[in-house]
Structure formats: structure tokens, C-alpha cells
Design a protein around this ligand. Sequence first.
Ligand SMILES: Nc1ncnc2c1ncn2[C@@H]1O[C@H](COP(=O)(O)OP(=O)(O)OP(=O)(O)O)[C@@H](O)[C@H]1O
Ligand SMILES: [Mg+2]
Length: 263
Amino acid sequence: MSTHLLDLPDYREQAPEVAARFARIRARPVILQVQDLEKTFGDNEARHVVFDHVSLDIHRREFITVIGPSGCGKSTLARIVAGLDEATSGEILLDGHAVSGPGPDRGMVFQGYTLFPWLTVKRNVMFGLEMQNKSRSTAESEARSWIDMVGLAKFENSYPHELSGGMKQRVAIARALANEPRILLMDEPFGALDAMTRCKMQKYLLEIWKKVDVTILFITHDLDEAIFLSDRILVLGTNPGGVREVIENPVPRPRSVQQLLSP
Ligand SMILES: Nc1ncnc2c1ncn2[C@@H]1O[C@H](COP(=O)(O)OP(=O)(O)OP(=O)(O)O)[C@@H](O)[C@H]1O
Ligand SMILES: [Mg+2]
């Protein structure tokens, strides 16, 4: 019996407009280079290769989502790019310079709420700006404009415990963007939110990304989320760990929730 019941084109076949869109993205400068990255934990019998031979060039203002089963190393990849963890071999280059430790050029937003609970929304966003030795008044006015961008102007004097989960993550995004990072690393930032809030946050994030010159590496294990947000999707696997595929997402922008319901 033939397995080709439907004579559909291969999903990798691109329409000319999709090919043209990705040619335009590839023509932009490369911001982040992941070069033959390997990460191993433990040695001898306990040696566990999380991933091997991971290479990828990410272009300016590209939105990359990373998807894969639990334990395939998505968070590990984000931590290595952030400089919080070291690669076993291979290299990460940001604007052509090797990454060796955390820096303000990479912003991070995690799943868990990481705001300082004793600081107001405004002071949370000002924190990184004051660390950069900006004056209090400069930090305050810059923080205000980022808080405004995420739609929380009315809450600048609230404390994190007075905010909903979605609002907390909007503050976390404002705080990360306030440092004007080259790349924003997001590790399942909406994973703890209910489905409705999550959907709203995805739309919010795309709106913010439209206004800000930032490249995004977004980790998720939700395929719909990966498709809704991304230009390209990096698919990681386990046993052996590594890149299974890099998918150029053909869904046109601007994205709408209706697209999720269409074939
Ligand atoms: N500090 C560590 N020591 C030893 N093994 C570790 C350490 N951190 C992570 N691992 C292992 O590395 C692998 C990848 O972990 P990682 O957290 O990156 O997975 P993930 O893809 O983010 O999973 P999830 O979808 O559950 O968040 C796992 O098998 C994990 O057990
Ligand atoms: Mg993880």
C-alpha cells in the first residue's frame, strides 16, 4: 500500500515570497554565532553529552525559537549564550567577540519571576541602569519609558506581589530591555501563565519586538508558541543531543491568533 495517500509538497518547499523573506533576513548582519557547541556534564561513566555540534548564525532582529523535548539542553544553551555556564567545546560570538561570562549585551527573562520583591516596578527597571552608573534622573526617565512600552505606566509604584503573573513578566521584559541588550534570551518566559494570558503575552512580545532593535532567542516546548513567534525554529533532540532541524517558518507577519487555527 502506498504511504503517499496525499500528493502534498514537502513541507520544506518554500513559496517564492517566503524564500525572499529569508533571503532578506540572511542579508542582515550576523549578531550571534553559535559555533560547533558541545556541552557535557560529568566524566567517565557518568559522562552525559547534552548536545554536540550545535552551530547557528542569528541575524540582526531575527526571532529564533528553540524547541525540543525536556532535557535536550534548551536551558543549557540559553545559559551558555548568557555566559552563566561554560561550553565544553565550541564558541559563542556576539558581534564577532567571544562570550566569556555574563554582560549587559545579553538580557534574560526566565520562567520564574525574578523581580526583586522589595523594589517597586520602577526601581526594578531602574536597577540595571543605575548599575551602569547612569544618574538617578536619567535612570528614572529611561525606566519610565520602558514601563510605558510594556503598558504598565499606572503600576510603576506597585510592588511585584501586587501584580499578576503576566504583569510581572512584562516588568521582567522591560527590565531586560532597559539595558539595551543586543540579544534577549527568554527561557520559557510564559510557561507559568494560564493559556489566555500566555496568548496575550505572545502578542505583546511581538508588538514590543517591532519597536525595539533587539534579536530574540526564545525557548519553549510549545510548538504553537514557537510557530506564532519565530522567524526560524531550532529543533533540538535527545539521544544523541543536537540540532535536528532548523525550520524557516513560512507563516507571514504580522501574525494573528487566527493563523493558529488555520491549516
Ligand atoms: N548542573 C548540571 N549538572 C549535571 N547535569 C545537568 C546540569 N544541568 C543540566 N543538566 C542535564 O543536562 C540536560 C539538559 O538540561 P536542560 O535544563 O538544559 O534541559 P531543557 O531542554 O531546558 O529541559 P526542560 O524542557 O525540562 O526545561 C538534562 O539531562 C540535565 O539533567
Ligand atoms: Mg529548560
